[in-house]
Design a binder for this molecule. Structure first.
Ligand code: FES
Length: 173
């Protein structure tokens, strides 16, 4: 092969090898980005599984079971929730945030109802809507009872359309 032909081949090879380099660079960067996304996803999954209902560190002590009379509502302003104890003894913890636009609802003991001061939505002792515009029941919070002590996780709100008896936590003797 003549020297001129070899130089031509070298000149033609250069753009190809540059393209190859950039292809490899992009593949490498794509792989790194994929690994990073995977790492972030795993981290999120691990941290959210740590925040589950069984994470006892997230629960705060509300009080002894006997501190709460049936058909009563106790406010916990620091945790921004109410603890209701229904007539049958079941406990229900609910966010005090109105499900309409987020104002704080107040408990009216005389009328046995939660009332939102912003647009007059009202809710039963179990959080069900009795007067709109609130579109759904007050959000639920996990409750556990251990050694006669009622504990609530104020950080894990669950949206619900309405109350059902399966949402209650009972003290089992
Ligand atoms: S924010 Fe409660 S009724 Fe509108």
């Amino acid at each position: 092969m003549s020297r001129e032909k070899k130089e031509n081949i070298n000149i033609q090879k250069e753009p190809l090898s540059r393209r190859g380099f950039f292809n490899k660079l992009w593949i490498g960067l794509g792989t790194l980005a994929g690994i990073e996304v995977l790492g972030i996803s795993l981290n999120f999954l691990l941290s959210s599984s740590k925040m589950g209902k069984n994470d006892l560190a997230s629960f705060i002590v509300a009080g002894k079971v006997d501190d709460f009379k049936p058909n009563s509502v106790t406010p916990f302003r620091s945790g921004k929730f109410y603890l209701s104890r229904l007539n049958d003894g079941g406990f229900l913890a609910m966010s005090l945030t109105c499900t309409h636009l987020g104002c704080s609802v107040g408990w009216n003991k005389l009328e046995n109802t939660f009332i939102c001061p912003c647009h007059s939505s009202s809710f039963e002792i179990n959080g069900d809507v009795t007067n709109q515009p609130a579109p759904r029941a007050l959000d639920l919070l996990p409750v556990i009872i251990e050694n006669e002590i009622v504990k609530v996780n104020p950080n894990e709100k669950t949206k619900r359309q309405s109350f059902s008896s399966s949402q209650l936590t009972y003290h089992v003797v």
